[in-house]
Design a protein around this ligand. Structure first.
Ligand code: NAD
Ligand code: TYD
Length: 353
């Protein structure tokens, strides 16, 4: 089986690619990524020489390129993660999010639809277009309640609006053209390889360098955190056992108020950096709130646990400590990533192959 994974040089994609390459030596895994600022092949260096792994540099918004790629490789399945993913960037440049997340997804859907229609006899294994989405499409919760799979969409940021739009197109292609699709909507991920613009890696970096920790508003917004490898495990489970046409919410029932999370992170960092207790927390700085900042996200992942028997493997405190250890041990990754050096090095290496 040939599987196209898009966005495999990004944060979550790198863990999905690694898991599939290592766990399924019989599958051919094609990682398609155009290496934006968020894509780093250095994150999957450990598997780049495996026989069942292939990297393709390309843009999901390019119809001719994607059509040719499908024609050559006849993919059986797509796991689509490529996206613009940062809310703050979407506030500054919403059009970029429409291009990548909406147009890019529709382009991929269209190419898959055409390829799978013209080659029905190739269909020896199940075909699947698996779209990776976010809980942010459901909008913002008050103090009570959870997002379930039937919660009406109510996106509030340009990022979540673009993801909601892409989800709608995925369902429209299933309904209209019978494209075999599955969607999963996951809560906030944390762990190794996340670009240091998101809360946890940014704050680890700033604590280490004695820089202020910019907490938006009063720090009372709530996010539901899942270790990225548990998300990759859920994607594996859903890819193999999920029902066509269905949606699955992914989360670990792990809600944290931002300020409580930041204080816990500061405590862990004090310990790891041999600082006096309370030293890192002095860096906390309350700054102007994010425009339209969603108050609370909370996923009800009961369907996934009861129907497909998936459970998160890590408690948050343990996962956060592992994450801190990883960033401290990979300072080079962080500085390469922020300077763009790593990306250039790997691009060059691939260009010469
Ligand atoms: P990321 O920003 O770390 O990575 C995105 C990857 O997509 C990068 O490697 C980038 O180079 C690539 N990419 C961007 N535009 C592309 C294009 N036009 N063509 C090809 N590749 C392109 O994102 P992430 O945090 O790993 O998120 C992956 C997916 O999971 C996204 O669809 C996101 O919406 C979703 N998601 C993320 C989270 C989270 O907490 N990070 C939670 C739930 C769902
Ligand atoms: P982020 O990691 O950007 O994820 P998302 O916006 O997709 O949930 O932010 C997580 C939470 O942390 C969110 O409520 C915004 C807040 N935040 C800060 O307070 N300061 C920061 O510098 C960042 C990046 C985020």
């Amino acid at each position: 089986m040939k599987i196209l994974i898009t966005g495999g040089a990004g944060f979550i994609g790198s863990h999905v690619v690694r898991l599939f390459v290592n766990k399924y030596p019989d599958y051919q895994i094609f990682n398609l990524d155009n290496l934006t600022y968020a894509g780093n092949l250095g994150s999957i260096r450990d598997i780049e020489n495996q026989a069942n792994y292939h990297f393709v540099k390309g843009d999901i918004t390019d119809p001719d390129f994607m059509q040719d790629l499908f024609a050559v490789h006849q993919f059986s399945a797509v796991i689509h993660l490529a996206a613009e993913s940062h809310v703050d960037r979407s506030i500054l440049n919403p059009i970029e999010f429409v291009k990548t997340n909406v147009l890019g997804t529709v382009n991929l859907l269209n190419v898959a639809k055409n390829a799978w229609k013209t080659n029905p006899s190739e269909d020896t294994k199940r075909r699947l277009f698996y779209h990776i989405s976010t809980d942010e499409v459901y909008g913002s919760l008050g103090e009570e309640g959870f997002f379930v799979e039937t919660t009406p969409y109510d996106p509030q940021s340009p990022y979540s609006a673009s993801k909601a739009s892409s989800d709608h197109f995925v369902r429209a292609y299933h309904n209209t053209y019978k494209l075999p699709v599955i969607i999963s909507n996951c809560s906030n991920n944390y762990g190794p390889n996340q670009f240091p613009e998101k809360l946890i890696p940014l704050f680890i970096h700033n604590i280490q360098n004695n820089k202020p920790l910019p907490v938006y508003g009063k720090g009372e917004n709530v996010r539901d955190w899942l270790y990225v490898i548990d998300h990759a495990r859920a994607i594996d489970t859903i890819f193999h056992q999920g029902k066509i046409g269905e949606t699955y919410n992914i989360g670990g029932f792990n809600e944290w108020k931002n300020i409580d999370l930041v204080k816990l992170l500061c405590q862990i960092m004090d310990k790891k950096l041999n600082r006096a207790e309370g030293e890192s927390a002095k860096l906390i700085t309350y700054v102007t709130d994010r425009a339209g900042h969603d108050h609370r996200y909370a996923i009800d992942a009961t369907k996934l646990s009861t129907e497909l028997a998936w459970q998160p493997s890590l408690q948050f405190e343990e996962g956060l400590e592992k994450t801190v250890d990883w960033y401290l041990a990979n300072e080079k990754w962080l500085s390469y990533v922020t300077s763009g050096e790593y990306q250039k090095y790997y691009e060059l290496q691939y260009a010469n192959r």
